[in-house]
Design a protein around this ligand. Structure first.
Ligand code: ZN
Length: 96
């Protein structure tokens, strides 16, 4: 017999977004209800306030739009799905 452990999160489980610099690990956590695409754009379009590393995003590129669309979707998805008969469950890597 084989068992496989599966771990899922629902969009309603997401409580905050953590923006983190991969160079110095400084992080800013923003609750889902306070997500602001303009603030996300600021994180994407400026260098790290602590170590000065660039984010790697360039203003107006498709990658930047993808990033900002994702943040906007995170902000809105729980309310969009709240009264629907459809839910999204994300299959995530399980902790050991
Ligand atoms: Zn940094």
């Amino acid at each position: 017999m084989t068992f496989e452990k599966k771990c899922f999160i629902e969009t309603s489980d997401i409580q905050a977004v953590r923006y983190e610099c991969t160079k110095c690990q400084v992080a800013f956590t923003v609750p889902i209800g306070q997500l602001d695409p303009n603030e996300a754009a600021s994180f994407a379009n400026t260098q790290c306030a602590y170590c000065g590393a660039p984010s790697g995003f360039a203003p107006g590129t498709q990658e930047t739009k993808t990033f900002l669309n994702f943040i906007t979707a995170l902000k809105d998805i729980s309310a969009v799905l709240a009264a629907r008969n459809l839910k999204i469950r994300l299959d995530i890597k399980c902790g050991e």
